[in-house]
Structures are given as C-alpha cells and as structure tokens.
Design a protein around this ligand. Sequence first.
Ligand code: BGC
Length: 268
Amino acid sequence: MFSATPLKGQRALVTGGSSGIGAGICRAFAGAGAAVGINYMSSAGPAEEIAGEIRRAGGEAMTLGADVSDEAQVRSMFERFVAQFGRVDIVVANAGIQKDNAFARMELAEWERVLQVNLTGEFLCAREAVRRFLAQEPTALSRAKGKIICMSSVHEVIPWGGHVNYAASKGGVMLMMKSLAQEVAPQRIRVNSIAPGAIRTPINKAAWETHEAMARLVELIPYGRIGEPEDVARAAVWLASDDADYVTGTTIFVDGGMCLYPGFADNG
Ligand code: BGC
C-alpha cells in the first residue's frame, strides 16, 4: 500500500537545504511527514523562511548552519540535529557548488573548493550518518536502519568541458556511493544517489534565464523541458521511503533523457 506520508515520524537532515534542489527536498520531505533539518552554509534567512513555511503547514523543522567540508562543523551539525529531534533516519548529502573555468585557466583553489564541498562534504556527512545509524536503536518507522541519498549529477557520467572540477567531483560521488552502499548493506543501511539533469535553480541560472539560453539548453533534453526541484524531490521521497526498501547502490537519473545522447537522435 502506498502512503501519502511515507516518511511519517522520521527525521531527515538535508544539506544545502536552503535553496534549489535542497529546498525542494525539504518541502517534499515535510509534506511526506518527516521532521526536517535544513542545513545552510552562509545566510540563515532563506533557511528560516523554509522552516517557517513547514511549521505553518503543521510540520517540524530546524535550521542548521554549517560548512559541509569542515569536519568539526559537520559533527556539530549532527549533534544539534539529534539534540532537537532525538535521532536521525535520513541524510541527504545535497550541498554542492560549481566554480567553472577553462581547464588551462583553472586555479588550484577552484579545483580544491569544488572537490571539498561536493565530494569531501558528502563523505563527511555520509560518515557521520553511518556512525549515528549504527549507534541508534532501530525503530518501527522504517525497515532500514538508515538511509543516505547522495546528490550526484548527470555529470557523474557525461563529461563536461569547462567544468572539469565539477564532473570529477560527481564521478567521485558515484563510486563513493556505490562502495559505501556495498559496505553497509549488511547493516541494513541503504545508500543511493540522485543524478539530476538541468533543473531550474540558482546554480545554472545562466543556462535558463534568457529565451536563447533556454532554447539551447532544451536541445540537450529529449523530454523538451527544464526540470523543476519538485521533479527531483519526488524521487528523493521515494528513495528515502520503505517503498524503495530493496533499492541500494543505485543512481536514479532525473534528467528528462539528458543521458540519452540526444545528438544521435538524427545523426550517426
Ligand atoms: C549542474 C547544472 C547543469 C546540469 C546539466 C548539473 O549537475 O549543476 O549547472 O545545468 O548539471 O548539465
């Protein structure tokens, strides 16, 4: 039986939860019955707004400032989350950035920062999640002992010139996720990724804000439209829920067919 609140009573921490895909996931998780921890990096305002929205709708939410690439800040974020909600059932390692540049011009700092946030940040949050899941008593709320969702990208498989740091970070997320999923499956911890394509968020505003840019972007999307954060959020709710209890070590592509080599549709 499918439930309208498949995450009822569970506690979910979402990194990068104050904007874009992360914000969509926070709203959808709250709608599905979870208490939500909304992590943000620098400005509390937008996170507070989403938390207020969730509370006004009768849900539970808290905000958590932390840089996911900093070990001590990640530990303290989980401590604050558990102090408030008692336990953690779901972690979405979503926070991510781009610092684009042509390869020959790319600064070491641009390379390192993207790897620190997108790959090391997901490692630190997933590691803290696993430690917590193993230490907690199981509940009747979910068949798994805990669930981790890594935010990847179509660029875990599609090479992306001008964004070599970003593509490398997402390629890293792919095998980190699969190796971790293999390691902790016997403990009944499920680990999966979502690989969004082009989703209408601040990270890729330049690719959709003008008519011309959008027309070029849509050439890459067989389904003929840009994605919305809700498209990704619905997949996240499903992956976090017991409806996906037999799913682990998988990347779900939510990309309108971007990975289908659209250039070959009338060529080759
Ligand atoms: C990037 C976006 C891009 C999309 C499709 C995402 O992972 O963050 O900037 O539009 O991939 O290329």
